[in-house]
Write a protein that binds this ligand. Sequence first.
Ligand code: GLV
Ligand code: MN
Length: 225
Amino acid sequence: MMKINPSASPLYMLSCLVMLLLLPLPSLLAADPDPLQDFCVADLSASTSVNGFLCKPASNVSSDDFFFDGLSKEGNTTNVFGSRVTAANVLSFPGLNTLGSSINRVDFAPGGINPPHSHPRASETGVVISGQLLVGFVTTGNVYFSKVISAGQIFVIPRGLVHFQKNVGQEKALAFTSFNSQLPGADVLPLNLFASTPPIPNDVLTKAFQVGDDVVNSIKSKFGS
Ligand code: GLV
Ligand code: MN
């Protein structure tokens, strides 16, 4: 009688395929990969490049690596948007390396906006410390969700979705935002589209927005390109 090699059976091959497809699932669901040690303070000067940063030798790590006072001061909001994002991510605070977490301070002048942008690598939660903010985001199906919130109230922006905040109060406003990534990244739409290097050709932008060269040139000039 012919013997069937179990490793060649269709059922075995199907289970192997399912296993292979499921293997990357945990890493797809998490924002940043899980750490493999207690800490890995980033060595930002290492010449080797990995997905994240190499760890400083533990013998060179001190308490200062786990504290950061860069968010204690008000940001300068004198700019076209009337807002300032100050980031505590792995680049400014290397102790965050491999920990899947970072935080921003966002200051707003009256009427200031944090312009429409998205974070490719993280969801965002935010808390308003003072003032009144209109917080809005748009889904991939172009549904707009928004609310005006004030001190002590929080919001969440699902990963990758375009969102903004606007100070709709009479006074300055302050919020802190946190991310499930050490380096969430930010695609700031007005800058991405109208101030890239090299610039996106005008004929792309005029057709995308159904406007003339004059409008595109005028927007580009506002962002210095
Ligand atoms: C706010 O949206 C921020 O990205 O800090
Ligand atoms: Mn944001």
